[in-house]
Design a protein around this ligand. Sequence first.
Ligand code: A2P
Length: 346
Amino acid sequence: MFGVYVTMAREFHVAVAGATGAVGTQMVQCLEERNFPVKTLRPLASERSLGKSVTYRGQEIPVQVMDEKSFEGIDIALFSAGGGISLKYGPIAAAAGAVVVDNSSAFRMEPDIPLVVPEVNPQDIALYKNRGIIANPNCSTIQMVVVLKPIHDAARIKRVVVSTYQAVSGTGQKAVTELADQVRALLSGADPKISVYPYRIAFNVFPHIDVFLENGYTKEEMKMVLETKKIMGDDTIRVSATTARVPVFYGHSEAVNIETEKKITPEEVRALLAQAPGVKVVDDPANRLYPMPLDAAGQDLTLVGRIREDASIANGIDLWIVADNIRKGAATNAVQIAEILAAQYL
Ligand code: A2P
C-alpha cells in the first residue's frame, strides 16, 4: 500500500460520525496510524459530547454535534453511531456529496449497497456509486470470511457451523465500562450494577447477542448467515451460527467447522492461509500456540489456529479464529475500504 500513498496527491475531508464511541475513537486512530490522506477531520457525536475533543496527529479537534449540515464539504464519512443515526444521516451525507462507509447494520443487506471486506471482495467497492454508501460488515462475519475465502476458492465450502465468543467492546464503550465495574464490585463484595445487558456479564456467558428472531436465531447469528453469502458472492454456502457474549474486553473468538465439496487437508489449509492477505496462522499446539483475544487485541491481523480435520464427516475442517473486533472487525476494515476508495475511485 505504500506506493498508493506516495503517488496520491489528493487529500480528503473526512468526517467520523460517532467519533467518541468505541469504534469511532479507533477509526480516528486508524486514520492516523495508516497515514490516511486526511486534509481535514470532522469528529461528530451527540450533544452529550459538547466540549469534548478527539486527538488526531497531536492536535485536539473539538467534537461537533451532528446535524443535517455536518456533511457539507465532506468527501468521506465514516459512520459508527448506531443504526438509527446511519439510517437518518447516511443518506443526508451521501446527498451532500460524501461517500459513506457505514459500520452499522442499517444498509448491509440492501441489494444495491456493497458490503465489503477488502481481502475478500474489494471489487464491490465500485458499487458505492449506486447510493453513495458502502456497508462495513458485522465484526464476527469479517474475521470469518477473511479466513474462509481462500478455502472456498480452493475447495468450495458447502456448509459452515460457527460458534462465537464475543467481547463486550462490540456492544460499545458503555459495555466495556460495565464489565470493568462489575468485576471491581464483585471482587470487593459489592453488588454489581446491571444496565447494558439483560444479565451480569462478569464471570458469565450468555448465548444472546442482538434481538431474538422468529426462527429462533438471534439477529447477530442471522447477520453471520446472510452477510457471509453476500460478501463471498455465493448464495449456496449454508451457515448456522450460535453467538455468545463472554467477559472479554477486546477480541472475538470463533470455533468454525466447515464442510467442503473437494477434499482439503489441514496441511493444505495451513499453506493457503499462510499466503492469505490479512491472516496469520498461529497453529503449533505442541508449543501451546493458538490464537487468543489477548494476542489479537491491538493489531489488525486475523489469527487462525487449531486447524484440524473433522473426523466426523468426509470433507470437514475445524478452525479457531480470533481478531480484534474493534479494529479488523470494525474500524480498520472501514479505513481499508476508504483507502481503496481514495486510491482508485475518488
Ligand atoms: P456520544 O458520545 O455523544 O453519545 P458506542 O458505540 O461506544 O456506544 O458509541 C456510540 C457513538 O455514537 C458515540 O460517539 C455517540 O456519541 C454517538 N451517538 C450516539 N447517539 C448519537 C446521536 N443521536 N447523534 C450523534 N451521535 C450519536
